[in-house]
Design a protein around this ligand. Structure first.
Ligand SMILES: Nc1ncnc2c1ncn2[C@@H]1O[C@H](COP(=O)(O)OP(=O)(O)OP(=O)(O)O)[C@@H](O)[C@H]1O
Ligand SMILES: [Mg+2]
Length: 277
């Protein structure tokens, strides 16, 4: 009984908690303050999009959560434990899909499951199921060079999603190299996958339209130094209608804030905006 209560309670705890995170890089002309006093929580199963001007520390924050770099100070807790390196509990998708050229689509998706010693039959079943969801059921035996750019991105997403223990998916502009029309298709596949099997997603993008289409909540970061700006709660039901007045009103509001946030004299720190109720 007690154990059940503990399990239920932990479901409501944030999966990520960042506390007073600062990060500096050594640049050619001195230190670059990439992140300043970042404090945030990501609730379990939330789809959080991070946007903000170039250089505001989005990728730095994602890499810290991925365990690829250690912050200069502060801590990031994943399920209450400090992150000390990469792990199978996090799937990562970067801008360029890094697929294994010598493995088929199916074998690429199976790779992470094999690494985790998941039984062969289960691995195959799961990889096939995810590939169906992302619309690649008919090309599972092709090699990456035989696919279009958009298909390769779908394989990368499927590969991250297939990891059964990856409660957290980290995506850094995964579709930014794709043309606008195909990007929308990829966003649909991604949101279909998320709706069928919810995971926590930390998704970095430059594209405000994409953030409003995908996110439960949007974090706008500010530059110089990179820090938390403002949050936007997106309460529109999915799938969202890009032509609806609410969708466009929110897009316009965020665009305006993004312009303001590039101006260091405007301090938007810690302000929260609730929209589209
Ligand atoms: N390895 C590095 N060495 C030195 N400086 C770095 C390094 N990586 C990032 N920076 C600097 O840190 C700051 C934050 O970079 P980061 O890549 O996190 O920004 P970003 O918000 O992801 O930008 P973009 O939207 O262009 O991808 C920038 O000023 C960048 O030049
Ligand atoms: Mg970046």
């Amino acid at each position: 009984m007690e154990q059940t209560l503990v399990a239920e309670w932990s479901q409501h705890k944030p999966i990520i908690r960042a506390e007073q995170v600062d990060h500096y890089y050594e640049g050619q002309n001195g230190w670059i303050h990439a992140l300043s006093d970042v404090n945030l929580e990501i609730p379990r199963k939330e789809f959080l999009c991070v946007i903000g001007p170039s250089g505001c520390g989005k990728s730095t924050f994602l890499k810290i959560v991925a365990g690829l770099i250690k912050p200069s100070s502060g801590t990031v807790l994943l399920n209450d434990a400090p992150i000390s390196g990469p792990g199978p509990d996090r799937g990562i998708v970067f801008q360029e899909p890094a697929l294994f050229a010598w493995r088929t689509v199916l074998e690429n998706v199976e790779f992470g499951l094999q690494m985790q010693k998941i039984p062969k039959a289960e691995t195959r079943k799961r990889a096939q199921a995810i590939l169906e969801i992302v619309g690649l059921g008919h090309v599972i035996n092709l090699y990456p060079y035989q696919l279009s750019g958009g298909m390769r991105h779908r394989v990368a997403v499927a590969r991250a999603w297939a990891l059964p223990n990856a409660d957290l998916l980290l995506m850094d502009e995964p579709f930014s190299a794709i043309d606008a029309i195909n990007r929308m298709t990829l966003q649909d596949y991604l949101i279909d996958t998320w709706m069928q099997e919810k995971r926590t997603v930390l998704y970095v993008t430059h594209d405000i339209d994409e953030a409003v289409y995908l996110a439960d909540r949007i974090l706008l970061m500010r530059p110089s130094p990179g820090r938390i700006g403002r949050y936007f709660q997106v309460d529109m039901p999915r799938k969202r209608d890009r032509n609806s007045p609410e969708f466009n009103a929110l897009k316009n509001l965020i665009t305006e804030e993004m312009h303001k946030s590039a101006d260091p004299s405007e301090d938007l720190r810690d302000s929260v905006v609730e929209t589209a109720k």
